[in-house]
Every structure is written in structure tokens, then in C-alpha cells.
Unconditional design. Sequence first.
Length: 196
Amino acid sequence: MALALALDAADDPADHRPWLWVQDKAAIRHSGRPYRPGLPAALRHRLIHVAADRVEDALFALEEGVRCRDLAFVVGEVAGNPAALDFTASRRLSLAAQRHGVPLWLVRLAARHDLGSARMRWDVSAAPSPPPRWNADAPGDPRWRADLFRAHVFQPGKWIVGHDGEGHNLATFSPDHGGVVPGAGDRSLAPVPAIA
């Protein structure tokens, strides 16, 4: 989900800067490494992947990444709640990303909620896919349940998020997967009728 948000936010065809994906060893065991052929063609050759042995090494790579204005964005994956990723480390990353203008998405795999300085804190899980349009035996497009439970600027809320079906852009959907909800913005989604 973080990668989908990062790709959606960095969808500027004129931007040819590389981007950084940092994982610690536990995150790689949990979710695997990036699969380059599965990325959009314009982005797959710009990926810089860092596999860190320790969480401290991953945090160092993330901080150095957000300080580099030559990167389009940075995605970090850390598993669990390691002691090294405390409030101070989280605050350092947030301040560095803000100061240097490099977007950072930090994914905490299989982690419990604890203190952090992120401007927005999300709980994201898989949601059922809608039925495919042409082949009933095929898997549907991926969907996620996204629960914004803490934010400094936005109203907390819950959404179903997935691709819009027309391109690689993210869209919010009604909870019954009926259709794209126009202008969902920063508010919770109430059940809405499906869009044909």
C-alpha cells in the first residue's frame, strides 16, 4: 500500500529521479524483496534497493535518503517494534524528510501502535477484491482497508483503496466495492450507491 501511495504521489512523467526502497532483514523475511518486473516500466529502472542487516542500518539509510534531494521519494520497511525505532528516531526521520522535501513512507510490518512522529498514521490491511469484469476465475484488482487513526491536519476516517481501473492511479471505493467515490478527500466514507 505504501508503494502504491508513493507511486501515485510521484506520478510525474517528467520526473526521472531515482527512488529508494529500504528494508531491514526481518521485513524482507516478512514481505519479500521488490519485484522489479512488477513495477511500472517508467519506475523499475530508477529503483535503488537497500537490504539492511540491522534496523539501525535501515534507519541510517532512510535518513540519508530523505536528505538527498536527488531522490523522488523514499519507502522504508521495518518489521515489528524494534527498540531502535523509538519516538526520537521517528522524529529525526520526519524532520529530515520535511526539511529536505523528500517524501517518506515508513511501513511498520506486523507492528503494534506506539509513539511516532509521523504526520499521518495508518492501519492498512487487505480487503476483498471485487469480482473481475471478464473472467470469473481470475483474481480481482487489489483493494486495501485504510484506517487513518491519527493525523495532525486531516480528520481520521476509514476507506477502501485500490486502483481506479483506468490507469495506475489510486481511488477510494465504497465499502461494498460498488464504485469509485468521487471527492472522498479527507473525510470518512459513508455507504454510497454503486456507480455503474
